[in-house]
Design a protein around this ligand. Structure first.
Ligand SMILES: C[S@@+](CC[C@H](N)C(=O)[O-])C[C@H]1O[C@@H](n2cnc3c(N)ncnc32)[C@H](O)[C@@H]1O
Length: 468
């Protein structure tokens, strides 16, 4: 037995997947183990590693019996890429797992069972659906066959290897964003190798040095526009201009705009401040639900446009007609507020990121909705505490993964809207907040899981709460 091992190797049947994409199984001792690479229905030989009292992680030694729910993955990188942990599971089985994740979280964490729980809304496009992808540079390239495999690549540009965060494998294909992604990355890689400084110039994980950090590619699915964002550690370097010129020369009008974002901090984040527009106007246009959106490089926008349209139609259905004012909290570039404009007297969006608020205001003007919708820049809690927002009849919240701070829930309870619609990308935090809302006098009346991201473990859910 290795030092970290909890028990001898054991055969288990994987019964489900977690929200993190790990297979779930139970040891003969009753302890729950999480198995990377295990899918529901697999029988696997595993070795449980040390963990908490009631559950632990386990290493998959070998698959003894493949699940009948398995399908051959499409992507050549499936075994090293953490992007699509469920690609080897049939789509109906993915949907059923995701629906269970939402129901289980509400039951287990929230202790709640809404009166109506809809079947999960599937995605129509299950491949090539993402309108935005981030690809990282690392001085440490991952070599799938090991370092003895022949010629070693000088650096990595692509996705992280799960569990080995310093290493990036060179991505040659991706089935989540359009087929246009791979040639752009190949050209960037060639440029950096030949003219951009090579391995010395890419981000060094340990020393936090190096110029090239990320390439972010965004597409307007409804407009055909494309934005390439070169994220570098410092500003004003001519290498970014030279790469932009090369991309324009190679791809012409297929790339609408190229920008340079600067992120000098040690954290692995592909956002920062936009230094310069290197080509085009620095904006990406997208169509959704009959409206036009103009997006600045740092502005949040739902990453599966077609499914976001269906998600927002569902939000509108949950919301129903609102005679008074509506608050759209955590509004990003204003998609919900603008799409619901015909459904309430007046709508007030609140968003922390100034660039997103600028985009939201521009989008309101662009669609002739500035009389009905206004946007406020700031922290939701601070703005609610300041009492500067009008008392609404209904509220929509769409917070980041961490969900609502308990103080925000308390402010919402004080505000006492008749109805609250909670859009979430994390069933655990939604269920936690749902319990607080229920305690505070709100009944969850409908819960609708939505699959925004096929082949990943992510699941969205829309919930309605009515004031008792
Ligand atoms: C999940 S996104 C939702 C965006 C929008 N509803 C949409 O669908 O396009 C969450 C948004 O909340 C914003 N945000 C995060 N923390 C915030 C805070 N404390 N106050 C206001 N906005 C915040 C983020 O910048 C992001 O735009």
């Amino acid at each position: 037995m290795s030092r970290n091992t909890l028990a001898p190797a054991e055969q288990v049947r994987i019964s489900a997947v977690t929200h993190g994409g790990l297979g779930v199984a139970r040891l003969a001792s009753g302890k729950v183990v999480f198995v990377r690479g295990g899918l529901p229905g697999d029988v696997a030989e595993i070795e449980a590693l040390r963990g908490r009292k009631r559950h632990a992680e386990a290493r998959l030694i070998q698959l003894v019996e493949e699940s009948p729910l398995r399908v051959p993955p499409r992507c050549a990188h499936q075994s090293v890429c953490g992007g699509c942990p469920l690609q080897g599971l049939s789509y109906p089985a993915q949907l059923s797992e995701k629906e269970s994740m939402v129901r289980d979280a509400w039951r287990r964490i929230g202790g709640l069972e809404p009166a109506v729980v809809d079947a999960i809304l599937p995605a129509r496009d299950t491949f090539f659906y993402r309108n935005k992808m981030e690809f990282g540079f690392s001085d440490l390239a991952w070599h799938p066959q090991g370092r003895e495999s022949g010629e070693l690549e000088p650096f990595g540009l692509g996705q992280h290897v799960p569990g080995v965060h310093s290493k990036v494998f060179n991505l040659l294909e991706c089935h989540l964003q359009s087929a246009f992604t791979a040639p752009i990355l190949a050209e960037v890689r060639r440029f950096v190798e030949e003219e951009g400084g090579g391995r010395d110039a890419v981000w060094h994980w340990r020393g936090h040095t190096g110029y090239w950090r990320f390439v972010v590619i965004r597409e307007g699915r409804g407009t055909g526009e494309r934005m390439v964002n070169l994220v570098t550690s410092t500003a004003g370097d001519a290498r970014a201009d030279a790469l932009a010129a090369r991309l324009v020369e190679r791809f012409g009008t297929e790339i609408s705009t190229i920008v340079n974002t600067v992120q000098g901090g040690p954290g692995q984040v592909a956002t920062g401040w936009t230094d310069r527009v290197l080509h085009g106007d620095g904006l990406l246009r997208e169509k959704l639900g009959g409206l036009l959106f103009e997006l600045a490089p740092q502005a949040f926008f739902q990453t599966h446009t077609e499914q976001a349209e269906r998600l927002f139609a569902l939000v509108a259905e949950h919301l129903g007609p609102v005679e008074g004012d509506l608050l759209d909290l955590y509004c990003g570039t204003g998609a919900i507020a603008l799409l619901m404009a015909g459904q309430a007297r007046r709508i007030h969006g609140v968003e922390l990121v100034p660039e997103a608020v600028d985009s939201a205001r521009r989008n309101a003007r662009l669609n002739g909705l500035e009389e009905r919708v206004s946007f406020h820049c700031g922290d939701v809690l601070e703005l609610l505490k300041a009492g500067e927002l009008p008392r609404p009849e209904a509220v929509v919240v769409d917070p980041p993964r961490a969900g609502l701070h308990p103080k925000v829930v308390a402010q919402l309870l004080d505000l006492a809207p008749r109805r609250l619609v909670y859009v979430s990308c994390n069933p655990a935090t939604q269920a936690r907040d749902a319990a607080l809302l229920a305690e505070g006098g709100y009944t969850p009346t409908r819960l609708s899981p939505v699959d925004m991201f096929p082949h990943t473990f992510h699941v969205e859910a829309v919930a309605t709460f009515e004031k008792r």
